[in-house]
Design a protein around this ligand. Structure first.
Ligand SMILES: C[S@@+](CC[C@H](N)C(=O)[O-])C[C@H]1O[C@@H](n2cnc3c(N)ncnc32)[C@H](O)[C@@H]1O
Length: 188
């Protein structure tokens, strides 16, 4: 299965570069994949599937561990591409792709069910995604928000929100011009 996943991943990586798909960067893919691998996350939620490149990166490290990924995307074109890609990668049994507006779908998901939540949707709604996702996260585990340096100006209210609510967060520079915010949910 690994080879099948890697083949799809490489094809998507090249397609993304040639067609300007806003996939995560190579450095970010490496960082997040290591994070997933070392922490043994088992139940991932992703907001913003696009063509599924980022999720297949996670899939690469999780297929041996009984993992599961739920990913939400509102573009029907991207959602259909993602379905096609997970079939080609042979990981459809481990994934649930949901087509729709994440702001409506997140509240319908089970509370306390996800140990890693990756937010990579519309930047100006990042704070809304965070607030909606928070009850869905297992205590002691993390939310990661992408592009928080380059698009900080679009993420209105996000930095103020994490500061005002004294959330345990860290902004990590991942590549030359951008980085992620890692927010850890307290145990109690
Ligand atoms: C930056 S791309 C995601 C890239 C992907 N995570 C990757 O690295 O391969 C953002 C995606 O989120 C989707 N999106 C943005 N806002 C959304 C929302 N409110 N609900 C569902 N999907 C959304 C967009 O259609 C787009 O495909």
């Amino acid at each position: 299965m690994k080879k099948q996943v890697n083949d799809v991943l490489e094809r998507l990586r090249v397609f993304g570069i040639e067609n300007s798909v806003p996939n995560i960067t190579d450095e970010n893919a490496e960082f997040l994949t290591n994070l997933v691998r070392t922490n043994w996350y088992k139940n991932i939620l992703e907001i913003g599937t696009a063509n599924w490149y980022s999720t297949i990166c996670f899939a690469d490290s999780l297929t041996d561990l009984g993992w599961h990924i739920t990913s939400i995307e509102f573009s029907i074109l991207s959602h259909n591409q993602a379905i096609d890609n997970i079939k080609k990668a042979g990981v459809e049994n481990y994934c649930k792709l949901i087509h729709g507006q994440a702001l409506d779908i997140i509240p319908t998901l089970e509370d306390g069910a996800y140990d890693f939540i990756f937010i990579d949707g519309m930047k100006r709604r990042s704070i809304d995604f965070l607030q909606l996702c928070w009850p869905k996260l297992v205590q002691g585990w993390i939310v990661v928000i992408d592009d928080v340096i380059k698009f900080r100006h679009k993420m209105v209210g996000l930095y103020e929100y994490v500061e005002d609510n004294k959330l345990n967060y860290e902004v990590k520079q991942i590549d030359e011009d951008d980085g992620i915010m890692i927010i850890k949910k307290p145990l109690i």
